[in-house]
Write a protein that binds this ligand. Structure first.
Ligand SMILES: CC(C)(COP(=O)(O)OP(=O)(O)OC[C@H]1O[C@@H](n2cnc3c(N)ncnc32)[C@H](O)[C@@H]1OP(=O)(O)O)[C@@H](O)C(=O)NCCC(=O)NCCS
Length: 157
């Protein structure tokens, strides 16, 4: 796609944009009918970034999408240990496109790069979690060939 460049994450250069877009995606992952203390969430997000350390190349791989030289989106790939098998699978923690760049194929291109990276490691599976209210992401992932493996449920009591 003309104007699109996908490159490796450079923490010193990308951190501010990465953290801001990731904050928005994680905050929006909480269903609208759940009460959120915004200050607590900010602290929690800070903890998530320090704990899961996207800047640590030993544990994560992050790709950045630039469109016409501007930060347009990212894909943060980490790992998750399977609850039942203890297999460590590559896992998409965050795939996000900034609102002004959506529906141009940027998330699909970021995902293609991440999928190739996983294949190059000789790994057979790539996983992710999608929230039930996130229709855009669910449509994207269905189109990319993902099938639900678990359905997590909650009820009001
Ligand atoms: C979901 C998201 C990443 C899609 O990014 P994008 O760059 O706009 O996606 P693409 O342009 O690559 O879309 C590829 C395909 O996915 C599907 N899709 C993407 N957004 C969609 C939407 N809002 N509604 C329906 N289908 C959608 C379509 O099939 C689309 O192809 P098309 O445009 O030819 O119809 C983006 O909406 C986003 O950043 N949302 C907030 C963050 C988020 O929820 N991330 C996922 C959770 S980790």
């Amino acid at each position: 796609m003309a104007g699109l460049n996908i490159r490796d994450f450079e923490p010193a250069r990308d951190w501010r944009e990465f953290a801001a877009l990731n904050f928005r995606t994680f905050r929006d992952s909480i269903p609208a009918d759940e009460a959120v203390n915004e200050e607590e969430f900010k602290r929690h997000h800070h903890w998530l970034l320090s704990h899961f350390a996207p800047q640590d190349p030993g544990r994560n791989k992050v790709f950045i999408a630039e469109f016409d030289g501007r930060y347009a989106g990212h894909c943060w790939l980490g790992t998750q240990t399977d609850f039942f098998t203890r297999r460590v699978d590559p896992w998409i923690f965050d795939l996000s496109t900034k609102p002004e760049f959506r529906r141009k194929g940027i998330a699909a291109a970021l995902h293609a790069r991440a999928e190739q990276y996983v294949r190059d490691q000789g790994l057979p599976l790539l996983g992710l979690q999608v929230m039930a209210h996130n229709e855009a992401a669910a449509a994207l992932y269905a189109r990319l060939g993902y099938k639900a493996r678990a359905i997590s449920m909650k009820k009001k009591v």
